[in-house]
Design a protein around this ligand. Structure first.
Ligand code: KG4
Ligand code: ZN
Length: 358
């Protein structure tokens, strides 16, 4: 089965052609980063206009690079949400119209489920139950996946997403946008033990994440120690490198520490770490160590599949389509779409006395 995937939830216009859910024939990504850079973040209105201008070319290029043509497409999978409404609408309208015109099924895909499926191309099949940490600029969630296509959120962020924290701290340090890769680069030259930042403790005992306190601590540290942000793309000072390394270490420990706690309780057979922040090598190292400790495999997507792309959307769509599921034409962009179709009783979490909410 040949699936065309379309992704336009944020600032990447992407299209991919995949075969049988596991082989990428082509994956095109048009990134709008340069357009949004001067504003230090994504400007929603500009993003949707740019998607509109690019989507046809991106889909055409994906078809050409896959050596295929429209009539060979068996189904269209498109990101339905969550994301920016104007951006999502471009992909959803395009995908639905294309599928309708071709007379093939169309499926609306949850972007986060797409990130989970980003690991299927380069790893052995996921063994369930799995525990998936999805860390991006918009989301930080830990999912327990007892079987394919069933998800239970066991941890979520109470405030900022991990990627957002990287982006905001990079901005404070004058490193630029997007912040994750720039913090990682600065951190390589810094001492991660030089500053001890506080790790968030959630008072109700739930294994949730929180990064706004850390962000405030970094901001206070910058003021108290009169750290001068990098100017005009110059080299970061030693102080900035140390701060970046210490911040990164705190985020990684908080993410993987929570994953460890939950994994010891729920005993998954596979760990998955995906989303833009999964590009971070310190996070990869730490999650891989956890897998070794638990004696289970840890799956990551490679770099180009970690950040937003359409191959992962096509793969998640395939998982549903191959079971006969598809959306009808009333499907529309949904910024509130949740990946949570499973309750605690089903997952056996209550029986284990784990205090996860419904
Ligand atoms: O998945 P993604 O492309 O888009 C969203 O769905 O949000 O993730 C983008 C996020 C940005 O916040 C970016 O700073 C972060 O991923 N990121 C990183 C790294 N590369 C990208 N964070 C930490 N370290 C990295 N190397
Ligand atoms: Zn994403």
């Amino acid at each position: 089965m040949i699936v065309l995937g379309i992704e336009s939830s944020c600032d990447e216009t992407a299209a991919a052609i995949i075969r049988d859910g596991r082989t990428i024939l082509s994956s095109e990504i048009f990134s709008q980063i340069d357009m949004h850079k001067p504003y230090g973040g994504v400007v929603p209105e500009l993003a949707s206009r740019e998607h509109l201008a690019r989507i046809e070319t991106v889909v055409d290029t994906a078809l050409r690079n896959a050596g295929t043509e429209l009539r060979s497409i068996d189904a269209v999978a498109v990101t339905q949400g969550p994301g920016l409404i104007g951006s999502l609408l471009v992909g959803v309208s395009f995908g639905k119209a294309l599928a309708f015109g071709l007379g093939v099924p169309c499926i609306g895909v949850n972007h986060i489920e797409g990130h989970v499926y980003s690991v299927v191309f380069e790893n052995p099949p996921i063994e369930y139950p799995a525990l998936a940490l999805i860390v991006s600029g918009g989301h930080t969630n830990l999912f327990f996946i007892p079987e394919e296509r069933k998800y239970k959120v066991v941890s979520r962020t109470r405030d900022d997403a991990a990627g957002e924290a990287f982006d905001k701290v990079a901005k404070m340090l004058g490193l630029g946008y997007p912040g994750g890769p720039l913090i990682e680069k600065a951190a390589k030259n810094g001492d991660s033990k030089s500053i001890r930042f506080p790790k968030a403790k959630i008072s109700d005992g739930r294994p949730d994440f929180s990064f706004s306190g850390l962000k405030t601590a970094v901001s206070r540290y910058i003021k108290e120690h009169q750290i001068t942000p990098v100017e005009n793309g110059g080299e970061p000072s030693r102080e900035i490198n140390d701060l970046a390394a210490s911040f990164q270490k705190t985020v990684v420990e908080s993410l993987v520490g929570t994953m460890r706690k939950v994994a010891l309780e729920l005993k998954p057979r596979t760990l998955v770490v995906a989303g833009g922040v999964a590009c971070n090598l310190a996070l990869r190292d730490s999650a891989e160590k956890l897998g070794k400790e638990l004696d289970i495999p840890t799956y990551f997507p490679s770099r180009h599949l970690s950040t937003d792309n359409a191959a992962m959307i096509a793969a998640a769509g395939y998982a549903h389509l191959s079971r006969g599921e598809s959306s009808d034409l009333s499907m529309t962009a949904d910024i509130t779409l949740r990946l949570q179709n499973f309750d605690n009783e089903d997952a056996g979490l209550k029986k284990k006395g784990v205090p996860y909410r419904l």
